[in-house]
Design a protein around this ligand. Structure first.
Ligand code: A4P
Ligand code: MG
Length: 170
């Protein structure tokens, strides 16, 4: 139970960027998430370099996952994540999978399974994305992903697309 009495929920948020200094974009988004009301970033994975899905002609992505404890309800958290995306210059209404300064995906929210028009949790792409599962396994290998199974088993059966650890430059 948080300071203000609201129950805390453990969520995992995926971060991705392939424009305008991706490392700085991810660090800035982590700071913004940590400043949300009733919310703390309690851990973050290492950074990973990944090729764009569908081999789209775009720069490689930098990806990471954050562990977040939050008193915000799922749709409210998503709303705040979208505000952070806009503040970091994400242009809304672009094509699906277009290159972006920052993309924040709500991967997991406690034990919740949500399938609403604006929010699907666990994130539908999770089990097919090594750039999500590898950093998630770093944070919580034994985590049971609602309706899908353990993170380490999901990683074993996930297609590998040449993900590599990013060597920090600062
Ligand atoms: N939405 C539904 N569920 C969620 C959720 N769990 N988290 C809705 C976040 N958003 C969720 O998202 C479109 C709509 O998804 C939102 O309005 C929200 O209501 P968007 O971010 O505006 O559009 P998008 O990201 O272009 O489309 P989409 O289908 O969400 O793509 P993804 O899954 O976000 O993937 N390649 C590499 N290597 N690394 C990446 O990080 N990311 C993407 C985007 C593509 N290729 C990538 C990467
Ligand atoms: Mg997205």
């Amino acid at each position: 139970v948080a300071h203000n009495g609201s129950p805390q929920n453990r969520a995992y948020i995926g971060l991705g960027s392939n424009l305008a200094d991706p490392q700085a974009q991810i660090m800035r988004a982590l700071g913004a998430l940590d400043r949300l009301p009733g919310t703390r970033v309690v851990a973050r994975s290492g950074l990973y370099v990944s090729r764009p899905l569908a081999d789209l002609p775009q720069p490689d992505y930098l990806n990471a996952v954050a562990t977040v404890d939050t008193a915000l309800a799922p749709h409210r958290l998503l709303h705040e994540m979208q505000r952070i995306e806009r503040e970091q210059g994400r242009v809304p209404g672009g094509e699906r999978w277009a290159a972006r300064t920052i993309d924040l995906d709500l991967l997991i929210y406690g034990q919740s399974v949500i399938r609403s028009a604006s929010l699907s949790v666990p994130h539908p792409g999770l089990s097919q994305r090594d750039f999500v599962l590898q950093p998630l396994a770093e944070l919580a290998p034994g985590l049971d992903v609602p309706s899908l199974g353990k993170v380490h088993s999901l990683l074993e059966s996930c297609p590998r697309r040449g993900l590599r650890r990013f060597e920090a430059s600062r």
